[in-house]
Design a protein around this ligand. Structure first.
Ligand code: IFM
Length: 466
C-alpha cells in the first residue's frame, strides 16, 4: 500500500446501532407507538414474523452494552433516539422517562470515555404522525424540528456530534415506494414528496441543534451505492447514470448544491414518476434550508450496484459474482466501491469531513461447541473495507472516523432476526452477548490503528460472555 498504513491517532473508531433494532421495551415507561411497531404487527411484513418488542433488550441492558464498547476499545458510539419515547404523540407532551433514558445512556458513555454520536431519526416515526399523513405531510417537518429542539435542549450540554436522518433513500423508497419497510406504502409520487420532506426537516432541525449545542458538529447520513455499468455499452452506461441519479444524486445534490439533478428529474418524468419537471412539493426557500453548510457527511456503505438497462428501459441491478460469495443479505463484497465512492463524494460535493457511519456484513455463523463464533468472512469484510478507507484517506479524502455496523446482532427490519450483522452474537433466549472472532479482530484493529492488525493472542470465549 502506498502512503500511510496506519490510521492517525485521532481517527474516530466506533460501533453503531439504532433504537428500534436493539432497545425493545416498546411499551414501557410511556413510549408511544411507532410505525415499525404497527408494521411489524401486520401479518406477512416481517420474514420471521418477529418484531422489536424485546429485540436485544438494550433498554435494560445498556450498562452492559457500554461495557462491550469499552472492551472493544472504541472511542465513539453511534445510536439513535426513539422519537416516540421522547414525544409519544410526535409533538406536544414530552415523556420525561424517555428523555431520562437517553440522559443516563449519554452519561454512562461519557463516564466510559466514549463519545456519543446520536441520530435523531432512524426510521421509527411516531404512529400518531403517520396517522396525519406521516412524512408525506409537510407539517411533519415542523414536528421534527420540535423534536430536535426537545432532545438537544436536554442533551446538548454533553453531546456534540449529531446526525439528523439515517438514509433518507431507504425511508422514502423502501417505506413509501416499494412498501417493504414501514409504513408500507407503494406510491412513487408519495416517495418523492417524502424524500423532500426528510431533507427539508433536516434543514429545519439545524437551527435548534446549533442553538442548543455549543460547538455542534451536525451531519446527515447517506447510504452510498456507487453505480457501475454492467458493460461499456451506451445503454448500460446510461442505466448507471440513471441509477446514480435516483440513489445518490437525488439526495446529495439538494444537500450540497441546493438543487435536484436535472437529468434525474427528466428520467422520472419519462417513467411517469412526475407529471412535469416542476417539483410541486418544493416551496420557495426549501432548497436554501436544505443546503445549509454541514459539519460532516455520514456515509453508510455496504456494496456497489452494477447496473444494466432493463427491458422497460429502466436501470436494473445485476449480480456479477457467484451466489456463494454474497453476504446473507445477497450483497456483493466490494471494498473498492467504498474507496471510489468516498473519492467521488469528496470531488463532487466536498463535505468538510466524512465519517463512515455504517459498514458491515450479515453472516449467520453462531457459537461452536467451545462457545466461539468463527466468522472469518466478516473479519475479512472489515479489514478490506478499512484498507479501502485508508487508501481513500491517502488519496486526500477527509475521512475522520469509522463505525462498524453493528455492535450487536439485532432486528434487521423486514428480515427479522435471521440476518446477523453484530460484532457480538446475541442469544435472544437469554440475552447473552458473545464476541465473535470479528469482534476480537476489530478490537486489535482499533488498538493498532491498522486494517490488518498484528496476530491475535489467545482468548477464552467463556470469560468474555456477558
Ligand atoms: O440494519 C440496517 C440499518 O438500520 C440501516 N443501514 C443498513 C443496515 C443493514 O441493512
Amino acid at each position: 500500500m502506498n502512503g500511510r498504513e496506519t490510521f492517525p491517532a485521532d481517527f474516530v473508531w466506533g460501533a453503531a446501532t439504532s433504537a428500534y433494532q436493539i432497545e425493545g421495551a416498546t411499551e414501557e415507561d410511556g413510549r408511544g407507538e411507532s410505525i415499525w411497531d404497527r408494521f411489524a404487527s401486520t401479518p406477512k411484513k416481517i420474514a420471521d414474523r418477529s418484531d422489536g418488542r424485546i429485540a436485544c433488550d438494550h433498554y435494560h441492558l445498556w450498562p452492559k452494552d457500554i461495557q462491550l464498547l469499552e472492551w472493544l476499545g472504541v472511542g465513539a458510539y453511534r445510536f439513535s433516539i426513539a422519537w416516540p419515547r421522547v414525544l409519544p404523540q410526535g409533538r406536544g407532551t414530552i415523556n420525561e422517562k424517555g428523555l431520562a433514558f437517553y440522559d443516563a445512556l449519554v452519561d454512562g458513555l461519557l463516564e466510559a470515555g466514549i463519545e456519543p454520536f446520536p441520530t435523531l431519526y432512524h426510521w421509527d416515526l411516531p404512529q400518531a404522525l403517520e396517522d396525519e399523513g406521516g412524512w408525506g405531510n409537510r407539517e411533519t417537518t415542523e414536528a421534527f424540528a420540535e423534536y430536535a429542539e426537545v432532545v438537544t435542549r436536554r442533551l446538548g450540554d454533553r453531546v456534540r456530534h449529531w446526525v439528523t436522518h439515517n438514509e433518507p433513500w431507504c425511508i422514502a423508497t423502501l417505506g413509501h415506494e416499494h412498501g417493504h419497510h414501514a409504513p408500507g406504502h407503494k406510491n412513487v409520487g408519495l416517495a418523492l414528496k417524502v424524500a423532500h420532506h426528510l431533507l427539508l426537516s433536516h434543514g429545519m432541525a439545524l437551527e435548534p441543534i446549533r442553538r442548543n449545542v455549543r460547538d455542534a458538529q451536525v451531519g446527515i447520513v447517506h447510504i452510498l451505492s456507487p453505480a457501475e455499468p454492467a458493460s461499456e455499452n451506451d445503454t448500460d452506461r446510461n442505466a448507471a447514470r440513471q441509477f446514480d441519479g435516483l440513489f445518490n444524486r437525488w439526495f446529495l445534490d439538494p444537500l450540497f448544491r441546493g438543487r435536484y439533478p436535472k437529468d434525474a428529474i427528466q428520467d422520472r418524468k419519462e417513467w411517469g414518476h412526475l407529471d412535469s419537471i416542476e417539483l410541486p412539493f418544493v416551496h420557495g426557500g426549501d432548497l436554501e434550508l436544505i443546503s445549509q453548510p454541514l459539519d460532516f457527511l455520514g456515509v453508510n456503505y455496504y456494496s456497489r450496484t452494477v447496473v444494466k438497462a432493463g427491458r422497460d428501459g429502466r436501470p436494473e441491478g445485476v449480480r456479477v459474482v457467484p451466489k456463494e460469495e454474497l453476504t446473507d443479505m445477497g450483497w456483493e463484497v466490494y471494498p473498492d466501491g467504498l474507496r471510489t465512492g468516498l473519492k467521488r463524494i469528496h470531488t463532487d460535493y466536498s463535505p468538510p469531513r466524512i465519517f463512515v457511519t455504517e459498514n458491515g456484513a450479515a453472516y449467520s455463523a453462531g457459537p461452536d461447541a467451545d462457545g466461539r463464533v468463527h466468522d472469518p468472512r466478516r473479519v475479512e469484510y472489515f479489514r478490506g473495507h478499512l484498507a479501502a478507507i485508508l487508501q481513500a484517506k491517502n488519496e486526500g479524502v477527509p475521512v475522520d472516523g469509522y463505525f462498524a455496523w453493528s455492535l450487536l446482532d439485532n432486528f434487521e427490519w423486514a428480515m427479522g432476526y435471521e440476518k446477523r450483522f453484530g460484532l457480538f452474537w446475541v442469544d435472544y433466549a437469554n440475552q447473552k452477548r458473545l464476541p465473535k472472532d470479528s469482534a476480537h479482530d476489530f478490537k486489535r484493529i482499533v488498538q493498532s490503528g491498522r486494517p490488518h492488525p498484528p496476530a491475535e493472542e489467545s482468548h477464552s470465549a467463556q470469560e468474555e460472555t456477558t
